[in-house]
Ligand binder design. Structure first.
Ligand code: HEC
Length: 143
């Protein structure tokens, strides 16, 4: 009787164990996915955009962001990622992907009343095309 009981306990624990392992793998998987816009904002952009240092458009400032929102998601995402005047390329973090940067821009714009969404594949392509154009123009100027 005791024997069966401990076998039962053993299989219960091994099932629990594989459940835990599965959950750990799942959560690792979701961590490997790009940071959210809000996280990237906190880690990379907040240093300037929270206080509006060097005339960076301030988080939640509807006048400053209103103009940018009108300009549009593709151009301001591409220009910001490329770098514009005192705005460093990729917010100063060379590891930031276009998608991660774009999500942080969505966060910033939405704090000022926009209803933007993280770009889909088509919009990412438009952003990358604009970036490629800017890079080509810069290369032409140098030569
Ligand atoms: C070192 C300070 C600094 C950091 C860090 C920074 N920015 Fe900026 N950002 C600026 C400044 C300054 C401007 C205004 C540039 C101008 O128009 O002269 C700006 C402008 C922008 C613009 C408007 C671009 C345009 O087309 O006019 C966007 C979008 C933007 N930032 C997004 C971000 C995001 C997203 C991050 C983080 C991933 C970030 N910034 C990090 C300083 C910063």
């Amino acid at each position: 009787m005791k024997h069966t009981n401990s076998n039962y306990t053993l299989s219960y624990y091994s099932q629990l164990f594989s459940l835990v392992i599965t959950l750990v793998i799942l959560s690792l998987g979701s961590n490997a996915y790009a940071a959210t816009g809000a996280e990237t904002y906190q880690q990379v952009c907040a240093a300037c955009h929270t206080t509006g240092i060097n005339n960076s458009p301030k988080l939640g400032d509807k006048t400053q962001w209103g103009k940018l929102i009108k300009e549009g998601q593709v151009p301001i995402t591409a220009d910001g990622y490329y770098g514009v005047r005192a705005m460093p390329a990729r917010g100063g973090n060379p590891n930031l992907t276009v998608a991660e940067f774009a999500a942080a821009v969505v966060f910033l714009a939405n704090q000022a009343g926009a209803k933007w969404q993280d770009p889909d594949q088509a919009m990412l392509k438009a952003i990358n095309d604009r970036l490629a154009k800017k890079q080509a123009q810069a290369a032409n100027k140098k030569s």
